[in-house]
Design a protein around this ligand. Structure first.
Ligand code: SAM
Ligand code: SF4
Length: 456
């Protein structure tokens, strides 16, 4: 380690999806390996890393206005460095360098794997800098960790900029992935989220996604496995069977559908129909009756008629998603859809609202059915954890244990505890940890009538 940069602090701001969070984590690890320490306070930092997103115009605008504000941050202390990375950096590298000449390093999304070397060169340039901060490195508990298994995307959905800024698919080898899983487990991870733009299209040598799922599930110390974002086309019988069979693989699925209209799915080049999507879900629900299902929709895609939009609403009613991200269509220059005439913002906004209202109504109905049920919750941080179906739960230890006359026990991150859900009004559920002095059956009887939120 270079002694002059030992424990220098860096701050990371991440925009966008889980892939970006995983990339930020990876870049942070490279900086930490050089002896730098992450801080949560930008004023404390000597290096500012802004990891950008360009999937929608809004995300890109926010990232760029943040970079603009960093001119002042940099001027406050000599030696400060600004690094801009990610998808917007890939798309607009020259523009970025022209408009923000005070940025020290631009690393596009396709070059994230070269970040280590690029950062070394940047840091080597600053060995004479006296403005360094020394702190004790923090040890963090990271119970749920991301592991990137592939980069890029071979699809060409007509609205999407990702293939342009992240390039074609590249798969990591099983050995590399399992090595990373072991690293994360050593750092405290119990749950592994496998990441890729079409994560279930994974292939390396003879290995396919289902093989990888099994291998990761069987790795020492791994209690739970999830993955994101799968593509409906690759949700094969084998993947479904593996999910249902392998206990560590959680029964929660985020499967982006984008639209309920076959006309729109075709215009988006999604290569599946509504009927195929529905039949996949039915198969999965047969295999995993308690599974949760979430999705992404785009509203206001060019040419989406009221009838097409109604198809989206009817799909939400039909499949009853647990939650969903509803995106307003955003025109991305260079994509095929950018040549089509866009709808006015007011129409897109109106459809967005209608869609959100329906999704929220169904989500509340679904959540309220969880009240009174017992859930295995993996504790991630103080009093917060997740069910296997990926609902976030706030664990109220005091109420339950006082009532049961039991001493207050601590739940540590990484522990899995049995929790009875007591309130589901908000997206984060409320639950009470159960002690051995009250049986599961007692709770089931007691809860038989509890179907609505009590607000307790
Ligand atoms: N690869 C994933 C898939 O195919 O489902 C999704 C990756 S993308 C970064 C995440 C979500 O952003 C998509 O599912 C889509 O709903 C949304 N999205 C992508 N491009 C968009 C655009 N131009 N306008 C609005 N939403 C968009
Ligand atoms: Fe974009 Fe489609 Fe690739 Fe997902 S599958 S990243 S939406 S091009």
């Amino acid at each position: 380690m270079d002694p002059t940069i030992k424990n220098m602090k860096f701050f990371v701001r991440t925009y966008g999806c889980q892939m970006n969070v995983a990339d930020s984590n990876e870049m942070s690890r490279h900086l930490q390996a050089r002896g730098l320490v992450e801080t949560q306070d930008p004023d404390d930092a000597s290096i500012m890393l802004v990891n950008t997103c360009t999937v929608r115009q809004h995300a890109e605008d926010r990232a760029f206005s943040e970079v603009g504000r960093l001119r002042k941050w940099k001027a406050k202390r000599p030696g400060r460095k600004i690094v801009v990375t990610g998808c917007a950096a890939e798309r607009t590298k020259e523009y970025l360098e022209d408009r923000f000449p005070f940025v020290d390093l631009v690393v596009g999304a396709k070059s994230i794997e070269d970040f280590e070397q690029m950062a070394h060169r940047l840091l080597d340039r600053r060995v004479t800098d006296e403005e360094l901060d020394y702190v004790v490195p923090a040890v963090e508990d990271k119970v749920a960790a991301f592991v990137t298994i592939m980069r890029g995307c071979n699809y060409s959905c007509t609205y999407c900029i990702v293939p342009y800024v992240r390039g074609r698919e590249i798969y990591h080898s099983m050995d590399r992935i399992l090595g990373e899983v072991q690293d994360r487990v050593r750092e405290g991870a119990r749950e592994i989220m496998l990441l890729g733009q079409t994560v279930n299209s994974y292939r390396h040598g003879d290995h396919r996604f289902a093989d990888l799922l099994r291998a990761v599930a069987n790795a020492d110390g791994v209690d739970r496995v999830r993955f994101m974002s799968p593509h409906p086309y690759y949700m094969t019988d084998l993947v479904v069977e593996t999910m249902a069979e392998v206990p560590q693989v959680c029964e929660g699925l985020h499967l982006p559908v984008q639209s309920g209209s076959n006309v729109m799915l075709k215009a988006m080049a999604r290569n599946y129909t509504r009927e195929q999507y529905v039949s996949r879900i039915e198969k999965m629900r047969q295999a995993m009756p308690d599974m949760s299902l979430s999705t992404d929709f785009i509203v206001g895609f060019p040419g989406e008629t009221e009838e097409d939009f109604q198809q989206t609403l009817s799909l939400i009613e039909e499949l009853r998603f647990d939650w969903a991200f509803i995106f307003k269509y955003s025109k991305r220059e260079g994509t095929p859809a950018a040549n089509l005439e866009s709808y006015p913002e007011s129409l897109i906004e109106e459809r967005h609202q209608r869609c959100l209202e329906l999704i929220d109504r169904i989500a509340i109905e679904k959540r309220s059915k969880l009240v009174g049920t017992m859930q295995d919750v993996l504790v991630e941080a103080d009093n917060f954890g997740r069910t296997r179906t990926n609902y976030r739960v706030h664990i109220n230890r005091r109420a339950a244990q006082a009532r049961q006359g039991a001493a207050l026990t601590n739940v540590a991150p990484g522990e899995e505890v049995r929790v009875r859900i007591t309130n589901a009004q908000r997206a984060t559920l409320e639950g009470e940890i159960q002690n051995g002095n009250v049986t599961f059956e007692n709770f089931r009887q007691e809860d038989a009538g509890v179907r609505i939120c009590t607000g307790e």
